[in-house]
Each structure stands twice: as structure tokens, then as C-alpha cells.
Design a binder for this molecule. Structure first.
Ligand SMILES: [Zn+2]
Length: 228
């Protein structure tokens, strides 16, 4: 199993927003990415996500995404879970990615709940409207204070509890659910490999720690796997 965070996409030029202390129109990003902010001013929140979609649409997968996609063909029970919402794992060829924080490329109807893929940049209409019922749609991402998609987090926990090796890439894994997944895997006897250029609390649980950018470290790990 591989579990990824913002560090994987940073090398593709995708800015880290969640918990980054960044500002949007003078306000902390944390105050834009909430249900209350959307209720108060949906146009403004949609402008924020439209800008993120523009920025991510220009980004390309890096060697870390490519290695993680390749493992699905090598390991029959491989699971890839991510906290990223940028879709770069899929752009690198990964299938069945567990997107724990949702996706910038999905939108959901506030009224009938219809959930759909929306790849167009720019969006033809802002805010977008549901083709079925005409109601406003919301970004398909998980906001601060919201529950994670139950299907995705349950599948990730199940995979963590049965995997032999968990590779944690580009996340400090100190906040839920990251910390939870690593704890589950470690408690079940999995080997935990951490890849992160920065020191993190995760190192205590990890059997192997590789301090370096994912785009450099993962190709090296992959080379060793090929020799094995
Ligand atoms: Zn609808």
C-alpha cells in the first residue's frame, strides 16, 4: 500500500493549500475551505477552487506519481490512497485511487446529490449547476470540519490493516486520517517506509526512513525492487 500527501505533488508545482497557512483574498485558506464559507458566499469559494483547477490543470505528474502507478501492475493487491485532490495520480495512470479528501475534478449537486466528473477548465458556468435538477453544485472536495468519504476511508483502513508494506510519501501524517492509517498498518505488523524530505513524527513508527524528495527517492526504491 502507498499513502501520499502534498509532498508528492509539490514537485509537480502544485501549491499546498490545506493547512498551509496560505491566504486567499486576504483570508486564511482554512476559512475559505469550509461549509460555512460556502454557505455565506458560494461565488467566492468557487472562485478559489476555479483558480486551483486552473493551476493544477497546468501541472504534470512527476517520477513519484509514475512509480506509484507502476506498482499496480507489479503487486496484485496494491492499494493507493491519497490526501491530494489534484488528480495527478490518475494522470500518471493510477486506477482506483482512494481519494480521502475528494477531488478538484468532481462536483456534487447540493440538492439531488448527483456527483460527476467535471474536467473543463475554465468551468462553462460559475458556480456550476446540476443538469438534472438545476440546483447549484459544490466542489467535490472535503472541507475542514467535514467527514471523509466513508467508502474511501474504510477501504484505506482495510488495506492498511492487511498490507505487508506501507509506503508513506510526502505527508507528515500527524493529522487524522494519516496518523490512523500508519498506526493501523504498524499495529498489524506491516513494514512502514517513510519518504519525506522533512523530519516528521512518523519516523517513530517507520521501519525505514528516506529523507529526500519523492521524485528522487521513489525511482531509487523502484530500482531496488526490480533487482529483488
Ligand atoms: Zn441536482
Amino acid at each position: 500500500m502507498a499513502f501520499t500527501g502534498a509532498g508528492v505533488s509539490a514537485e509537480s508545482g502544485v501549491a499546498t493549500f490545506r493547512g498551509a497557512g496560505g491566504l486567499w483574498e486576504g483570508q486564511p485558506v482554512e476559512e475559505v475551505a469550509t461549509p460555512a464559507a460556502f454557505q455565506a458566499d458560494p461565488d467566492r469559494v468557487w472562485r478559489f477552487y476555479e483558480q486551483r483547477r486552473h493551476s493544477v490543470a497546468r501541472a504534470r505528474p512527476n517520477p513519484a506519481h509514475t512509480v506509484l502507478a507502476g506498482w499496480q501492475d507489479r503487486f496484485p493487491t496494491y492499494t493507493l490512497a491519497t490526501q491530494n485532490v489534484d488528480g495527478l495520480h490518475q494522470a500518471a495512470g493510477s486506477r482506483d485511487v482512494l481519494e480521502l479528501h475528494g477531488s478538484l475534478w468532481r462536483v456534487r449537486c447540493l440538492s439531488c446529490g448527483r456527483d460527476r466528473y467535471e474536467p473543463l477548465v475554465p468551468l462553462p458556468q460559475l458556480p456550476p449547476r446540476c443538469a438534472t435538477c438545476g440546483a447549484m453544485e459544490r466542489p467535490g472536495v472535503v472541507w475542514f470540519g467535514e467527514f471523509l468519504p466513508p467508502g474511501a476511508i474504510e477501504a484505506a483502513q482495510a488495506a492498511a490493516g492487511t498490507c505487508e508494506v506501507l509506503v508513506v510519501v510526502g505527508t507528515s501524517a500527524v493529522v487524522y486520517p494519516a496518523a490512523g492509517l500508519v498506526g493501523i498498518a504498524a499495529a498489524a505488523g506491516a513494514r512502514v517506509i517513510e519518504i519525506n524530505p522533512a523530519e516528521s513524527a512518523l519516523a517513530e513508527l517507520a521501519d525505514v526512513v528516506l529523507r529526500g524528495p519523492a521524485g528522487e527517492m521513489l525511482p531509487l526504491v523502484n530500482e531496488r525492487l526490480r533487482e529483488a
